[in-house]
Design a protein around this ligand. Sequence first.
Ligand SMILES: Nc1ncnc2c1ncn2[C@@H]1O[C@H](COP(=O)(O)OP(=O)(O)O)[C@@H](O)[C@H]1O
Ligand SMILES: [Mg+2]
Length: 228
Amino acid sequence: MNAASSPVLTVRGLARTIGARRLFDITELAFPRATAIVLTGVNGAGKSTLLRMVAGLEPAPGATAHWTDTHGSSRSAPLDPFPLELRQRIAYLHQHPYLFRTSVRENIAYGLRARGLPRHEVARRVGEALGWAGISHVQDTAPERLSGGEVQRVALARAKVLEPELLLLDEPTSSLDGHAREQVIALVRELADEGRTVVMICHDRDLINLPGVVRWKLGDGHLDTHHR
Ligand SMILES: Nc1ncnc2c1ncn2[C@@H]1O[C@H](COP(=O)(O)OP(=O)(O)O)[C@@H](O)[C@H]1O
Ligand SMILES: [Mg+2]
């Protein structure tokens, strides 16, 4: 397979048991490149846990990751400890994003500064991301004053600015309605159209029905990647 059609990431041996209950035991999970995927399953099925393990936010003992690096070479490593190279390629958005109590602008700039980008480059990229998410008017606002929809858009801008290949979104529209929900759906659609892989846990019909969306369903310890 060439780089264009090979998965953006493949994870093997991803398993999680809580008490006596097996949430999932996945032999191999390939994240197809440039694809929007909706992950469904009943409450408590383990959807958030699965994505958090893939993002390195929860330990995934025994699991391995396989991907292609920027030079086109095949790479693989245990998921635990989480490889730095994957940290730069994968973004996870919590259902209720946590923003630092500084300003919107600072929240978006944080990851770029952490990467050591020069100040003018940080300012340029943050300006672009603010415009993209339609939040330039709140750039100097304290995050605790934002609406739920604005918080989601700041979180999406903060992720997009780092240009991840794989975005994992945990119920991005579940706490929104009306115009705020539509704005977030439009941004998610743009991320997918840009050629990123977007996996979203959601029950939102409008997201599930986006063109070309692939459906995954988690239930009874099994992940069905051909769900219709
Ligand atoms: N750290 C934890 N300790 C104990 N139980 C947990 C922990 N994390 C998740 N769970 C349980 O694991 C199950 C799956 O949770 P979660 O991944 O949040 O499911 P979903 O996102 O599909 O609703 C739930 O029953 C939850 O209570
Ligand atoms: Mg969840």
